[in-house]
Ligand binder design. Structure first.
Ligand SMILES: NC(=O)c1ccc[n+]([C@@H]2O[C@H](COP(=O)([O-])OP(=O)(O)OC[C@H]3O[C@@H](n4cnc5c(N)ncnc54)[C@H](OP(=O)(O)O)[C@@H]3O)[C@@H](O)[C@H]2O)c1
Length: 269
């Protein structure tokens, strides 16, 4: 089954417990149909509960979770995926991703094989990865014959990932953008972002998310208030002029990552 994703999803990192349930229900009510969770966010229960309690039909929602680094070995991965599904209280996940490649542990191909098998068993509809570099994608294809449907990567104007976007496009992989608003960095007060936003009569957050749409990525902004949720959802419908897209992309810099998140070296538990 081919993967058709909404143009924007809802990030849920740090949305936990009952207030997390309420915030995710609010996002569903506003119109989000793609939810991004992870075992390591410890909120698969909150996200699954929100999906079950909301009025939105289950089949309209793409529920995502992620396999943590400590569960890459095949047998651990199989159980971990099953546990993720159980924690949501749903009958399946719609998208399950390997959270980080952890190349120094060299087990991500085993993890991928477990995801491929879980998909065959109907536990998860679609499978993908996060933070995979081209060499990691090459290896998955070479050793399992199956390419991820999605690669979720850090992507915002300070780290625009132009080569990765082109590489994914060539391979037919959907690019999802994590921390699209730059989380707590100064991105939304950067003078170029502010100027581009003013020129288009948008807020800085809207301008940045419209940039994601222009470069062909699916952003996953997290927002607590319904007002911001609504603003972010609609933002991908705004069209920036090509010069503005280029100006935002030109904010990119080699050290533009938000934290020490180089997938070539990072080890994520
Ligand atoms: N795969 C991975 O390795 C990975 C890594 C990191 C994140 N992620 C995913 O990506 C999602 C998004 O990333 P993130 O949570 O790090 O950061 P983000 O979405 O880039 O930024 C969230 C911050 O922006 C604020 N914000 C939201 N909408 C705004 C608006 N319209 N105007 C001004 N400020 C606004 C939020 O404030 P309030 O919350 O107070 O509204 C929050 O402080 C995560 O939730 C998670 O699902 C994945």
């Amino acid at each position: 089954m081919s993967l058709a994703l909404p143009p924007v999803g809802f990030g849920t990192y740090q949305l936990n417990g009952l207030s997390g349930v309420d915030t995710v229900i609010s996002a569903l009510r506003v119109g989000y149909r793609l939810l991004d969770s992870a075992m390591n966010y410890e909120n698969e229960g909150a996200v699954g509960t929100a999906v079950r309690r909301s009025d939105v039909p289950r089949d309209e929602i793409v529920v995502t979770s992620k396999l943590p680094g400590r569960h890459h070995a095949y047998d651990l991965a199989v159980t971990s995926i099953e546990e993720s599904v159980l924690r949501t209280g749903l009958d399946r996940l719609d998208l399950h991703l390997i959270h980080w490649p952890n190349p120094s542990h060299d087990l991500y191909v085993e993890a991928w094989q477990a995801l491929v098998d879980a998909q065959r068993r109907g536990l998860v509809f679609h499978i993908g990865v996060c933070n995979f570099l081209p060499e990691h994608l090459d290896r998955l294809e070479r050793e399992t014959g199956v390419l991820p449907a999605v690669n979720q990567i850090e992507l915002h104007p300070y780290f625009p990932q132009v080569e990765a976007l082109a590489d994914h496009r060539r391979r037919g992989i959907v690019t999802q953008a994590w921390s699209p608003l730059g989380r707590k960095s100064d991105l939304l007060t950067n003078p170029v972002v502010v100027e581009v936003a003013e020129q288009h009569d948008l807020t800085p957050a809207e301008a940045v998310l419209a940039w994601h749409a222009a470069v062909g990525a699916v952003p996953l902004p997290k927002a607590s208030s319904q007002e911001r949720q609504r603003q972010n959802l609609a933002a991908v419908g705004h069209v920036l002029d090509p010069a503005a897209v280029e100006r935002l992309t030109a904010l990119g810099r080699p050290d533009g990552r938000l934290f020490d998140g180089d997938p070539a070296t990072r080890v994520e538990d």
